[in-house]
Design a protein around this ligand. Sequence first.
Ligand code: COI
Length: 359
Amino acid sequence: MTEIQITRTTKPQTPPPDETLSFGNVFSDHMFMLNYDEGKGWHSPRIVPYQNFSLDPATCVLHYGQAIFDGLKAYRGSDGRIRIFRANENAKRLNRSARQLCIPEIDTALIEESIRALVEVDQHWVPKAPGTSLYIRPTIIATERFLGVHPSKSYIYYVIVGPVGAYYKEGMNPVKIMASDKYVRAVKGGLGAAKAAANYAASLYGAEEAKKAGYTQVLWLDGVEHKYLDEVGTMNIMVRIGDEIVTPPLNGAILAGITRDSVLTLLRDWGLKVSERPISIDEVIAAAKSGNLEMWGTGTAAVISPVGELGYKGERYVINGGKTGELTRKLYDTLIGIQYGTGPDPHGWTRLLGNRVGG
Ligand code: COI
């Protein structure tokens, strides 16, 4: 693999105290960069001091949104060692997103190595306090300077990292979500399954309305009938109705969450009945009314997030008495145990820093 050039900052900052961390507003001293040019391919892998980009105002990503990203975390365990969770899956997903947006793919081993090498250089930025971690954001933007609509001939892949606490202000307390019968995030055949910047832009307007109504997030329904659950945008959604655990299938309109996959694997390991099937908002509301419902979201940033209230068509439905359900708690504890190295990792999902990719 091509050598990664490392240029260290001459002005290192001091990471903030762990207890001040929220999500996504603090970044470390360095970043990883890689360029693509037509005829040359991906080239010049390097770690450089964290810095601004200089972009021509006609740079195509600013006009047509040819941009994708991914998200994963590194955790400092109580043993002081740093673990990166399922980076190989994020690397594969970044390339799936790239294909959908006509962006040239990157060797997955190089993506994994870019992440590992950056976390190694900035390892003192991985926080220690329970519930904190180093969030890792690999991103690709189209950089050709032109105003015609076509795939760019040049790109930058970069990775930034920063220490984070809980994504939602509620922390591990149940969040309130509102199912939207008015706005849609994505439809089959569109970009919904890609981690495209455009999907997040599409979610903003509906999310602001939900916030005004007192909800944390929108529960997006399918884009055709506005009837079946899709996802929450910042997390995939799961419910337990009686003894069946249900999550929407990967139907092309929702993101293939890596936490989603991890949770489904754990649930199946435990011998529980798991269905990836379309589930309607009416079925969920009927279960909420009968008191037979537990609901949670899964995501890298969101971890396992209990849902305590569901809004739909102006009505509010309290779920599981507004409290974190037993299964939700067990999933959270098990996943956190794997990520921080305090519990067994039977599927080998974490890679200790110091163990190179392929090593
Ligand atoms: C993640 O969980 O990593 C995400 O990308 C969701 C969100 C912060 C946009």
